[in-house]
Design a binder for this molecule. Sequence first.
Ligand code: ATP
Ligand code: MG
Length: 645
Amino acid sequence: MSEVHVFPVPEATAASARVNSATYNEMYQRSIKDPEGFWGEHGKRIDWIKPYTQVKDVSYDPHDVHIRWFHDGTLNVAANCLDRHLATRGDQTAIIWEGDDPAKSENITYRDLHERVCRMGNAMRDMGVKKGDRVCIYMPMIPEAAVAMLACARIGAVHSVVFGGFSPDSLANRIQDSECCMVITADEGLRGGRTVPLKANADKALESCPSVKHVVVVKRTGADVTMVQGRDHWYDAVTGGQSTDCAAEEMNAEDPLFILYTSGSTGKPKGVLHTSGGYLVYTSMTHEYVFDYKDGEIYWCTADVGWVTGHSYIVYGPLANGATTLMFEGVPNYPSTSRFWDVVDKHNVNIFYTAPTAIRALMRDGEDPVKKTSRQSLRILGTVGEPINPEAWMWYYNVVGEQRCPIVDTWWQTETGGILITPLPGAIDLKPGSATLPFFGVCPVVVDNEGKELEGATEGNLCIAQSWPGQMRTVYGDHERFVQTYFTTYKGYYFTGDGCRRDADGYYWITGRVDDVINVSGHRMGTAEVESALVAHPKVSEAAVVGFPHDIKGQGIYAYVTLVAGEKETEELRKELVKWVRQEIGPIASPDVIQWAPGLPKTRSGKIMRRILRKIAENDFGSLGDTSTLADPSVVDDLIDNRPG
Ligand code: ATP
Ligand code: MG
């Protein structure tokens, strides 16, 4: 590997940040050595109705896996996100909503948000929704999505948000899996100037969902939709006459808050269950420390509320902290590829959190769309979702942040509830492509395939040795799958499914899913490393690498490569790329096959589905598995048709 550049914490950032490197070390050591004491103290950052006396009750023993935090305390999550701010910041903006149409935006204060949530909570109670009932939210990125989530939390209902890009079938599967009694949706969504037929999709899904008794429909575009008498209700009609008082249900810390299905890049989505107390403590704490959030700052996470990032870092974490959180309805390239930066300037965004896939897509368009905006308000940048290639990191750092803004590369999962491995901007020096060091209370361990813990600089399977409050509690309705997936492969640990490398400084480098690690002539290689080398070539825009059976090497390297707009797919370039990777990493990493890929199969959250690419590389088209979470299934046929050789 070419030499890694280290970006030290700027002195000014260290001086003003919540933690510097000394306080990080001190707090981290304490959190690991005395988790009960550490979390017992930090659990108090939220408001409890009945304070907890117990902090932690956890077992990773496969015969008795259970995870409980603060389990004799009671609270209400929505009251923590709303009511407790009313006296001090009722008139402060809670949500800035930026519409798909750049001419449309709205500021919603904490007081206003509280009223809307109470009205919706009362409406839901009127329709018979009770504590513990499951409610499906299938919405565009409009404030009512957050209102619906918080209204569920207020009355103790368990929400299951399904991303608005999912098909009727995928929606139906998720509704059936958790037997939702209500669906909250909109007539249509609006993204990049195009409409999404949410209500029509929901109608199709509901043909096979007998558990659903009521559908609440927000009018977003005013499109003509079918309303089923007795079942379907307009949001305005059911909330309009309601009182703005709505008693918050007293919930046990371990009562479920929500179910969320994983993005499905490795197989059938799992219904990840998160509970109330520990989740809120963990998301609010990570939001404050990882983004070094300061009162009054404008914070923007570009994720969709349909993903865990939207749950933890658009809604719950920021609102629990009394922050101003921006919610964006649109897409990065509409009306132009300057949109993100236009929005940053329009609302003076200080903290900006997005995904590598968005950064790579914007890089394709060059620096001009960025440079014509100011971005002076930006202070901290963040990424999540996939390993970020050093090339994309450098572009984000130099072009977007003008070398002024630390980048927090946050590694975590739907299962972890919140960020586990990440730099803290004032405390941890950065290395492009590394998620760096663990957050408080998080004990990463690297194990070999036999489960033996490896010391020092090493590479292997990433596990977590102790529990943290934001950890998922079970797979909804299938505790056995929870135990099997996470606690049986390596005894005594939570297994993340990801591979990683730990360098001599103790920094973690996520190398991709363990299933994606390739073994070439006995050398283990993460797909992320080869992909990063390819993307570093000026003519390459995106790359996905998988292994395939190879007579001599055991596994060979198969690379799918998307070129920068306007570049020609020539034999010469193919040879040049092989040579390039040899130079960047070494001969062992030379791709055996390069297939040109105008598009790559991605989940609807923008992650490359290497599982499918592996099947194509193996020439095994019969068993592509569950493809229902693909954003554009036609990409797959195209790759199969154009397979070389
Ligand atoms: P499924 O579990 O259904 O296959 P998924 O793993 O894609 O879906 P998520 O929970 O959304 O669903 O994604 C978590 C995964 O994303 C992590 O396990 C990791 O592989 C990857 N990831 C997230 N953030 C980072 C990051 N900063 N660096 C590297 N990888 C990351
Ligand atoms: Mg996963």
